[in-house]
Design a protein around this ligand. Sequence first.
Ligand SMILES: Nc1nc2c(ncn2[C@@H]2O[C@H](COP(=O)(O)OP(=O)(O)O)[C@@H](O)[C@H]2O)c(=O)[nH]1
Ligand SMILES: [Mg+2]
Length: 207
Amino acid sequence: MASAPSSTSELPRAGGNHLPDGARDLVKILVTGPFGVGKTTLIDSVSEIRPLHTEEHLTEASVHVDDLDGVREKQTTTVAIDFGRISLSGGVVLYLFGTPGQDRFRTLWDDISYGALGALVLVDSRRIDASFDVLGLVEEAGLPYAVAFNTFPDAPSHYTGEQLRAALDLEPGTPLVTCDARDAHSSVDALLALVQHLIDDRPAEAR
Ligand SMILES: Nc1nc2c(ncn2[C@@H]2O[C@H](COP(=O)(O)OP(=O)(O)O)[C@@H](O)[C@H]2O)c(=O)[nH]1
Ligand SMILES: [Mg+2]
């Protein structure tokens, strides 16, 4: 029988699951947006721990409820949450909670958003109006947020940043970026835009 470790440093480490030694600021962030916009994909691409998903297969029954326009290939719909974690430099660790942005999940949204410092709102430029619900929820909760346009191949390319801002009725200070949720670097950049916004937005006495 193997002898018991004499100190905790001898205990096996579960790869990547432990917080880095320098972890200082643990921050809860929402990754939100309409059905099929890429929330699960983004959390998958950046998470340093095995992401937790609570997905359910799309059934005929939900087809009438979940808007499939533009996302025909999608086989699953998030009915609860995705969860992941990413450590940034400077000891900042983001806990990412992917939440559905449809108004019918409002109660769930309220519970999951509790304690969050900010939200990354994913938007699909092929169906901008599908993001109105979630922007309403974020603003109602008073959460600072950044908007990331997820780049789908057939997305219209003619919109200017100003047109997109106007379509979403964004405040001038709200960050607006594009990202490819499948790409970790791109997804991290979108999260960094949000983190920078949270830092800039802090009350002066907290700086
Ligand atoms: N081309 C492209 N496809 C994406 C991107 N993000 C997600 N997808 C695809 O879009 C579909 C929906 O993404 P998913 O993450 O499940 O959406 P969710 O409902 O918001 O969690 C999946 O088939 C993804 O592979 C992206 O940035 N670019
Ligand atoms: Mg999902």
